[in-house]
Design a binder for this molecule. Structure first.
Ligand SMILES: C[S@@+](CC[C@H](N)C(=O)[O-])C[C@H]1O[C@@H](n2cnc3c(N)ncnc32)[C@H](O)[C@@H]1O
Length: 199
């Protein structure tokens, strides 16, 4: 068997940041991209691209045969994503769009293999409905959520819309921090990844 999926794993410190824009952290990106089964040649949508960390990693995976659409409602996030793309020398395969979901999704003519939803949780049902329309058969969606209400809403919405193979993963990451006594583990907030497939 030939396994064609790949995850790059770029350290968080390599990205330009902005204190007003929360970033999807390295371990969460790795799991989300892995659960999405992103591969070379995919058409990928990063909704709520923020710093562009997911956009950068996804564009490295899909390569020149694929494409990444990076969307955010915030101009600052679009500019920061552009900066990070330039930092990693990525030019050809990313389309940056300033727009708000779900409305912006109805204006896209492209069909997607993979959609990562990192923002817009208050409108998750509407965003999932719009995502369904632009997803290819066999396509996958992943939602990055902090609130349990979002998880519940996302699962119910996915079931109603017709998504299959719905899977919820809770990730609790603790990072080692050097102290005088040794290395102490500092916990971060739990994050949920909800994945669904359009058969
Ligand atoms: C948690 S941050 C995303 C982090 C991003 N994945 C990264 O690694 O930097 C959420 C982003 O979603 C954007 N956002 C929130 N609601 C949105 C919506 N309805 N449409 C488009 N973007 C939205 C915010 O402006 C913010 O930049």
């Amino acid at each position: 068997m030939r396994w064609e999926y790949n995850v790059p794993g770029i350290p968080d410190s390599y990205f330009e940041r902005d204190e007003e824009i929360p970033m999807t952290k390295e371990e969460i990106r790795a799991l989300a991209l892995s659960k999405l089964r992103v591969k070379k040649g995919d058409i990928f949508l990063d909704l709520g691209c923020g710093t562009g960390s997911v956009t950068v990693e996804a564009s490295l995976i899909v390569g020149s045969e694929g494409k990444v659409y990076a969307i955010d409602k915030d101009e600052k996030a679009i500019n920061l994503t552009r900066k990070n793309l330039e930092k990693f020398g990525i030019i050809g395969n990313v389309i940056l769009i300033k727009g708000k979901a779900p409305e912006i999704l109805y204006t896209l003519s492209e069909k997607f293999d993979r959609i990562f939803i990192g923002g817009g949780s208050e409108k998750i049902r509407e965003i999932l409905k719009a995502s369904w329309n632009i997803l290819k058969n066999g396509g996958r969606v992943a939602i990055d959520a902090i609130l349990i209400e979002t998880v519940n809403n996302a699962i119910n919405s996915m079931e109603d819309i017709g998504f299959e193979n719905i899977e919820v993963t809770e990730i609790i990451v603790a990072k080692g921090m050097k102290t005088r006594m040794g290395t102490a583990m500092i916990s971060r907030n739990p994050i949920f990844i909800i994945v669904g497939e359009k058969k």
